[in-house]
Design a binder for this molecule. Sequence first.
Ligand code: PLP
Length: 478
Amino acid sequence: MQPLRRIATSRTIRRAAADHTLVPHTGLHIIDTPSRRARLFFTSTMRQDPFKPAARVAGQRQDVWTIVNEAATASPVQPIVNMGQGFFGYNPPEFVLDAARDALSKVECNQYSPTKGMSKAPLMVPSRPRLKKAIAKAYSPFFGRTLDPDKEVTITTGANEGMLSAFMAFLEQGDEVIVFEPFFDQYISNIEMPGGKVVYVPLHPPKDGATKTTSAGEWTLDMKVLEAAITDKTRMIVLNSPHNPIGKVFTRQEMQAIGDLCVKHNIIILSDEVYDRLYYVPFTRMATLSPEIANLTLTVGSGGKNFYCTGWRVGWLVGPEHMIKYVSAAHTRICYSSVSPLQEATAVAFEQAESHNFWDESKAEMKGKIDRFTQVFDELGLPYSEPEGGYFVLVNLAKVKLPEDYDFPAHVANRPRDFKLSWFCIMELGVAAIPPTEFFTDANAHLAEDWLRFAVCKNDDVLEKAKERLRGLKKYIQ
Ligand SMILES: Cc1ncc(COP(=O)(O)O)c(C=O)c1O
């Protein structure tokens, strides 16, 4: 280290010390200022890069979305048919769009939407509890009792921020959260931001998943491994059903076994049920299994997934008051409140969904898209995992032989085989799909390295175009 005098005058140091700041142009940082004598600490990182990002946002390797986008830009086959990300290729139904247009013209819908029990606070913006009421009404029949919209529902900025709020509400540094692999990638950073530690438990693909089409329900969880993952520090578990990316709907027995374990060990269950209206086999909600399980369960929902408007960022958590009040408190700290007019529109969407027969139609339509799209894999003889819910299809491409001398960029070449498959499909066929090992830890990535995830929530002409292009795989299949 250089002597202090040579890099900053004592006056500069004194001034900086008083300010508690970085000494300009020196890389010296005041970390403590006992009396008038500044104690300086040399931080080489600050000297080199004052904008070094915090670890929580600085990924070590390129994430899957960047790689897929890079391939999509570089591909000679344009425009790319995007079957990658799970956003809808079409609009919400007219009655939902109308509700949004109407909401924008109402004064109160363009102001803050309180999320907590602030409706009785006389000086607050008049509360519009319409969405909380609509959600309580929609969930009450499932839960078999009347939910209290003020105490048992909280509105969030998408399901994602709702889950972040739940982790912020309950995790202290070092608390453990059990997450199944593959996972929805946002869980990880949402858990780590408040200082939580993720403990992974893998779901296993069907043994014959590479040779024949199987059901997503055949992906299995080893309950013994799950129980062994529980420690004194386990505070929460995240369960996702219907599951992204597998499309598995956990059976009642599986849910019961997981729920009972959580009751035994007093673990909060974050039950991510954002695809709750898209199931093609019987679907069980965690919170309905027993009063003891309900007492520990936060159910997550998403207006974006329910009504084809992922960009609206309207989500919610439903659960007992003793948890919802802390989730609401965290949410208020994170973003104060969520977008008002689209909450109003989502409320109207819930109120009118039944009369438009929307839930049944939306389920039938999505199942139709799955059947329409997977037909190409039947034709090619490529096995897939038939979804029980949601809109993702995992296809097994073990039979696809990638050319040995194919020129993959280094950051793709050193990732598991599914990244190469994804890159290859984008470059050669112009079809984007997601490599699912991104949703596994390195240790378990081998479980999914032959699979690709396709999102079918696209217009039928897009699905047909994708099929036409995917037929190009034929010459690589062995
Ligand atoms: C399993 C799962 N949970 C939560 C979300 C996030 O939902 P939202 O868009 O409402 O934040 C997604 C979005 O893809 C998801 O797949």
